[in-house]
Write a protein that binds this ligand. Structure first.
Ligand SMILES: *[C@@H]1O[C@H](CO)[C@@H](O)[C@H](O)[C@H]1NC(C)=O
Ligand SMILES: *[C@@H]1O[C@H](CO)[C@@H](O)[C@H](O)[C@H]1NC(C)=O
Ligand SMILES: *[C@@H]1O[C@H](CO)[C@@H](O)[C@H](O)[C@H]1NC(C)=O
Ligand SMILES: *[C@@H]1O[C@H](CO)[C@@H](O)[C@H](O)[C@H]1NC(C)=O
Ligand SMILES: *[C@@H]1O[C@H](CO)[C@@H](O)[C@H](O)[C@H]1NC(C)=O
Ligand SMILES: *[C@@H]1O[C@H](CO)[C@@H](O)[C@H](O)[C@H]1NC(C)=O
Ligand SMILES: *[C@@H]1O[C@H](CO)[C@@H](O)[C@H](O)[C@H]1NC(C)=O
Ligand SMILES: *[C@@H]1O[C@H](CO)[C@@H](O)[C@H](O)[C@H]1NC(C)=O
Ligand SMILES: *[C@@H]1O[C@H](CO)[C@@H](O)[C@H](O)[C@H]1NC(C)=O
Ligand SMILES: *[C@@H]1O[C@H](CO)[C@@H](O)[C@H](O)[C@H]1NC(C)=O
Ligand SMILES: *[C@@H]1O[C@H](CO)[C@@H](O)[C@H](O)[C@H]1NC(C)=O
Ligand SMILES: *[C@@H]1O[C@H](CO)[C@@H](O)[C@H](O)[C@H]1NC(C)=O
Ligand SMILES: [Cu+2]
Length: 567
């Protein structure tokens, strides 16, 4: 009898325990969780074999598939040799800067042997985004697609494509990419440029040695395909074309847009595009080809993949090749960029601020810092640098988010200028005193729910004007205006597009020109803002926007997760 009672008790307790575990599982299972392992993996490209840092052994990395509004936990286990963090590019992460990823901005790095769980919170994003490492130059190989399908029971704002495939553009370095940037920063000169650009991990057959591995894309005649184009390239803005096919851009940076029928796109590092391609030409092989846009092109090689129609036909000895715009074809860039418009429809309305509480004007410059005995590798023995409003961002020892949250002093200051020192920004000759920036960790604090306008003003300092792809974390923004020359606060705002401005997370600021963006500061947190050309970001073309808490819990930063990586 006693025995039975005891047993029952144990069983009952066991049942409660099971029930508890079951309920816990149910609660947890609302947020699916996946495991990633960062590790060194051997890859052969351009006739040489080397180890690269990968997620799960893959280059490019694995695609994340979600539906609009989902949540997802990614447990990252670092079995590699470097400190790493991961960023979910274009995912707004409402109230959740903890999982945003930029190293020493929202977290300390995941050291070799350590783990970190990212909770990725999707909201309004749909279409294509991507993820990448956000520490040192590990994003070169640690990146992959984020594919956001329509919510179950809803459709795309265009006819459902027959099938889809990624077009991931990446950089390939024969040497060690981490050593490359470390050496450049130590000596003050330019890092080595990449040896190839790749499509879905392969350079294509215009390089030596890679012909058999060229990426193939198989299509059926008459069908329409969704291409998810991602520019994960380190330092080049890219023209992309398909021989003898026009295509239609229907989405950009995780938002659908008014369809643009075009023969080419210009896509900056950081940007993503959803492109519809109808296989309506004579069945054959066609090149899809990409190469850089820029006044001073860094890696000027051409990457290709081959689109192959199914069926029985005579295969050409070489596929037809598209007539790509010239490297410095600014007009091609401008005319494409000006066509990008938000859907601004009933189902996809826009919410652009009509008036602003705060306007920041931010100059984007290349600079030099003097070196003792002119012994550095930059111009005249100086050290290369870059800046926003003449402040070259200096990486703090501890992440800014934690310092802000825990009110730890001495990590950053809040005096990032909201106006630049005025000079003729885009003149052929810029003043001497614009050459040397201040090195500091300066942020700008914004009140919750302010309507913010930022005017990015390109400069010709160091005679190095170029198109800079500016990226903001935690938000997407409306590009309300752009132009060449110097921004004029009296005349230019009159020409703003407040009807259907594109909603982007990365905007190429015209060479010797400006662009104005607007957003409502309704996502409290610590958000990095920087040029997405990695060499510029490494040289200090970065700053941080801190958006304060609102007045309620639901408008405040979420509380810190239990486990944070120590510095
Ligand atoms: C990392 O996570 C894995 C899998 O959950 C676990 O086995 C390992 O002990 C963790 N390592 C550390 C350092 O936390
Ligand atoms: C950079 O290029 C130089 C010259 O080609 C070469 O000697 C050096 O090893 C390269 N460094 C890296 C890290 O690739
Ligand atoms: C391919 O190799 C040949 C012979 O070594 C060389 O002349 C040529 O420049 C190389 N081409 C490229 C694209 O690297
Ligand atoms: C692509 O569009 C251009 C410009 O509208 C047109 O001239 C060309 O014939 C089109 N090409 C194809 C293959 O449809
Ligand atoms: C590409 O750059 C190399 C120098 O790195 C230069 O020799 C070559 O002429 C350039 N090619 C083109 C097509 O501009
Ligand atoms: C392909 O076409 C050729 C010539 O028209 C024909 O001889 C051959 O049988 C066809 N092959 C197939 C698999 O249909
Ligand atoms: C590209 O540049 C070459 C050489 O300067 C020129 O001949 C050609 O017309 C240009 N092409 C276009 C489309 O502008
Ligand atoms: C600069 O040069 C002087 C004189 O040649 C030398 O004494 C000094 O050590 C050098 N400084 C550095 C930082 O190289
Ligand atoms: C380098 O020095 C030369 C000669 O003194 C000068 O004309 C040029 O402007 C300097 N360039 C830079 C980037 O400092
Ligand atoms: C600024 O420089 C540009 C280009 O040199 C010139 O056309 C313009 O007149 C200058 N503006 C002012 C206000 O000096
Ligand atoms: C913001 O709100 C959160 C949640 O209420 C709170 O933990 C935090 O201390 C507040 N302030 C800052 C600066 O994060
Ligand atoms: C890795 O990160 C830790 C913590 O911030 C830091 O102390 C260490 O110097 C970093 N190691 C390297 C190689 O950057
Ligand atoms: Cu830049």
């Amino acid at each position: 009898m006693i025995e039975l009672k005891k047993c029952f008790k144990i069983e009952f307790l066991g049942f409660l325990l099971l029930l508890n575990m079951f309920l816990l599982c149910m609660a947890r299972s609302n947020i699916p969780s996946i495991d990633w392992v960062l590790k060194e993996t051997s890859y052969t490209r351009l006739c040489s074999t080397k180890n690269i840092l990968t997620v799960n052994g893959l280059f490019p990395g694995p695609a994340l598939h979600v539906h609009k509004g989902d949540r997802l936990t990614v447990n990252v286990q670092n079995q590699g040799n470097y400190n790493v963090t991961i960023h979910w590019h274009g995912v707004k992460q409402p109230r959740n800067p903890w999982s945003d990823g930029p190293v020493y901005v929202t977290q300390c790095p995941i050291k070799p042997g350590a783990n970190f769980s990212y909770e990725i919170m999707f909201s309004t994003e749909e279409g294509t985004l991507w993820w990448h490492a956000h520490s040192d130059w590990s994003p070169a190989t640690v990146h992959g697609p984020i594919i956001i399908h329509p919510k179950i029971g809803t459709n795309y704002p265009f006819p459902k494509p027959y099938a889809e495939f990624p077009i991931v553009l990446s950089s390939w370095y024969k040497g060690d990419v981490m050593e490359n940037i470390q050496t450049a920063l130590a000596n003050g000169g330019e890092p080595n440029k990449s040896d190839a650009l790749t499509i879905n991990g392969q350079p294509g057959d215009l390089y030596n040695c890679s012909k058999p591995e060229t990426s193939n894309i198989m299509v059926d005649h008459g069908k329409t395909y969704l291409l998810r184009v991602i520019n994960s390239i380190m330092n080049e803005e890219m023209f992309l074309m398909i021989a003898q096919h026009n295509f239609t851009v229907v989405g950009m940076d995780g938002a659908y847009i008014k369809p643009i029928k075009t023969s080419y796109v210009m896509i900056t590092p950081g940007q993503t595009m959803d492109v519809l391609l109808t296989a309506n030409q004579s069945p054959s092989h066609y090149y899809i080809a990409g190469r850089a846009f820029g006044e001073t092109v860094y890696d000027n090689t051409t990457t290709t993949a081959i689109i192959k129609y199914s069926g029985n036909y005579t295969v050409p000895s070489t596929p037809s090749f598209p007539n790509l715009p010239n490297y410095s074809d600014v007009d091609a860039v401008t005319s494409f960029t000006q066509r990008i418009r938000a859907l601004a429809s009933k189902e996809h309305p826009i919410d652009v601020p009509k008036s602003v509480h705060k306007r920041l004007v931010i100059t984007i410059s290349m600079n030099t810092i003097p070196c003792a005995n002119n012994s550095c590798d930059g111009p005249n023995g100086s050290r290369l640098a870059s800046s926003l409003n003449n402040v070259s961002f200096s990486e703090p020892k501890m992440d800014i988010l934690q310092a802000y949250y825990r009110k730890i002093r001495g990590i950053f200051t809040t005096d990032f200028p909201s106006e630049p020192n005025v000079f003729n920004f885009t003149a052929d000759e810029t003043p001497e005193n614009a050459l040397i920036p201040e090195r500091a960790t300066k942020v700008r604090v914004l009140e919750y729910n302010w309507n913010v306008e930022i005017v990015f003003q390109g400069t010709n300092v160091l005679n190095a004007a170029e198109n800079h792809p500016m990226h903001l974390h935690g938000y997407s923004f409306y590009v309300v205006g752009m132009g060449f020359g110097n921004f004029d606060k009296n005349t230019h705002p009159k020409g703003y597009n407040l009807v259907d401005p594109p909603e982007l997370n990365t905007m190429g600021i015209p060479t010797k020109g400006w662009a104005a963006i607007r957003f409502k500061a309704d996502n409290p947190g610590v958000w990095f803002m920087h040029c997405h050309l990695e060499r510029h970001a490494s040289w200090g073309m970065d700053t941080v926007l801190i958006v304060k808490n609102g007045t309620t819990q639901a408008t405040s930063i979420r509380s810190a997760p239990h486990h944070l990586n120590p510095c």
